[in-house]
Design a protein around this ligand. Structure first.
Ligand SMILES: [Fe+2]
Length: 468
């Protein structure tokens, strides 16, 4: 790909850059750079065989390479939702990493990386972020700390931290440094999630000027169009740049999800279903990555809320969701798994997920346990109630916690499904006060995003209901 890197940094290059790596293997250092670059750029570089092959070759080049194992375990946590609670092999990997680090004279920075990845594996993502930030105070050029923190903030919905974490280190970076351009895409997304849309757009465009294949900068643009009600511009932009970002396999599915959302908003349901059938569904079923899985569930559920019959489309993704019912990595994921359980008519998994969440709330620990207790379980119980036609119960479950839904993680655009869900519950409820609430929620929605055909359609429906 043009504008992508291939001149990987060896041992001395990392020392010169100011973030030395403890290994004597030049090959391991170069492959670490290749892995980091592919991770930051969300793509597979064919000259090194893609990110998975680079990871394997890096560890083979030096099996005791501490930072190699840090990035490998971190990427496992991000992509697959592995937890040390449920996966004994993963637990062994994390403890053996700790031991390897103890046996070597690694730097304080590398030691902190080990403790951060361990905290992360234990479900203490928020505490892991504190450690990455601690690393960045002395080492603002440590891209791995920056990117792990950035992605974790995204999943935790720590929006100001996502914006400020990049802003703090920007002055230390020079345009000529490898991976510099990606900082702009990351910063743009943080600006967008804190409602600074104009600055977000300007920053994302600067990132894309440096590298048109920066699919995360494209993603920030997609959010700017989504939140500003600029569906036509969004459609035009995604279409015009499609071949720049769809080669970035780790984010392509999510960007197609955004592309499909503009179509749902405009009522172009067959186009949105087309995106599911040709991109989001197959990509999610193939990768099994959590980000792709939740997108697939979300897209189908949004179509259903709009009254579209999605047929048996949940079946393929339910095969994957079914394997993650006990993970409880994020309440956000669990709520999407529940959509798949219900959508596929898998009653056994529906019950299993509810039971597993109740047991997690009672016996579990970590950041997500508190969030699940506070809001995640109520959301899933509401989804089940809605499916059974008990709309009034669903409103009573979600309405009191609607301002806590942000805590389950994800972006504003992703969590909008729960705003839409509550409105549908309230509209369908047989309680008059719920119908009134629906109309007020729609007014509130219109106030935030003026140009929203979806809101207009729901408002028209709510008024017919009201006057009928
Ligand atoms: Fe997004």
């Amino acid at each position: 790909m043009k504008n992508q890197r291939s001149n990987w940094r060896g041992c001395k290059d990392w020392i010169d850059f100011g973030t030395p790596l403890t290994t004597t293997s030049d090959e391991a250092c170069k492959l670490y750079d290749a892995v980091l670059t592919q991770y930051v750029g969300w793509y597979d570089e064919s000259s090194v065989g893609g990110i998975e092959a680079s990871l394997d070759k890096m560890v083979a080049a030096d099996p005791n390479f501490v930072m190699g194992h840090v990035i490998k375990n971190g990427l496992d946590l991000l992509g697959t939702g592995r937890t040390i609670e449920l996966d004994p092999d993963f637990k062994k990997d994390i403890y053996s990493l700790e031991k390897t680090a103890e046996q070597q004279k690694v730097s304080p920075r590398e030691r902190k990386h080990v403790s951060a990845v361990k905290l992360w594996a234990e479900g203490e993502t928020s505490k892991a972020c504190d450690v990455w930030e601690d690393i960045l105070v002395d080492n603002p050029l440590d891209m791995l700390a920056l990117k792990f923190a950035h992605d974790s903030y995204f999943y935790l919905a720590y929006h100001p931290q996502m914006r400020d974490g990049i802003a703090r280190v920007m002055p230390y970076w020079k345009k000529s440094m490898p991976l510099y351009g990606y900082l702009l895409g990351m910063h743009a997304f943080g600006l967008e999630e804190t409602n600074l849309y104009d600055r977000a757009e300007k920053t994302a465009r600067m990132g894309l000027d440096i590298n048109r294949h920066d699919a995360w900068a494209t993603h920030a643009m997609a959010h700017v169009f989504e939140m500003g009600g600029r569906q036509n511009e969004g459609l035009q932009f995604m279409s015009a740049t499609e071949n720049d970002w769809n080669i970035c396999g780790m984010i392509a599915c999510h960007n197609y999800w955004h592309y499909a959302l503009y179509n749902i908003e405009k009522g172009n349901y067959s186009d949105a279903v087309g995106f599911y059938d040709t991109q989001v569904g197959p990509l999610a079923a193939k990768s099994g990555a959590m980000l792709d899985m939740v997108d697939a569930c979300s897209l189908l559920y949004r179509l259903q809320l709009e009254g579209v019959n999605v047929g048996d489309r949940y079946n393929d993704i339910q095969e994957v969701c079914r394997q993650h019912l006990d993970d409880h990595v994020l309440a956000f994921n669990d709520a999407h798994f529940m959509m798949s359980c219900l959508g596929s008519g898998d009653k056994l998994s529906t019950e299993k997920l509810l039971e597993s969440m109740r047991s997690f709330v009672k016996n579990g620990k970590g950041y997500n346990c508190a969030i699940t207790r506070e809001v995640g379980l109520a959301l899933c119980e509401a989804l089940v109630a809605y499916d059974y036609g008990d709309y009034s119960k669903a409103v009573d479950l979600v309405s009191p916690v609607r301002y806590q839904v942000i805590e389950i993680g994800g972006s504003h655009a992703q969590r909008d499904i729960f705003n839409q869900f509550l409105i549908h519950c309230a509209m369908k409820s047989d309680a008059e006060e719920h119908n009134k609430l629906a109309r007020q929620l729609l007014v509130e929605r219109k106030c935030l995003k003026e140009n929203s055909p979806l809101t207009d359609r729901l408002m028209a429906k709510a008024m017919v209901h009201h006057t009928g």
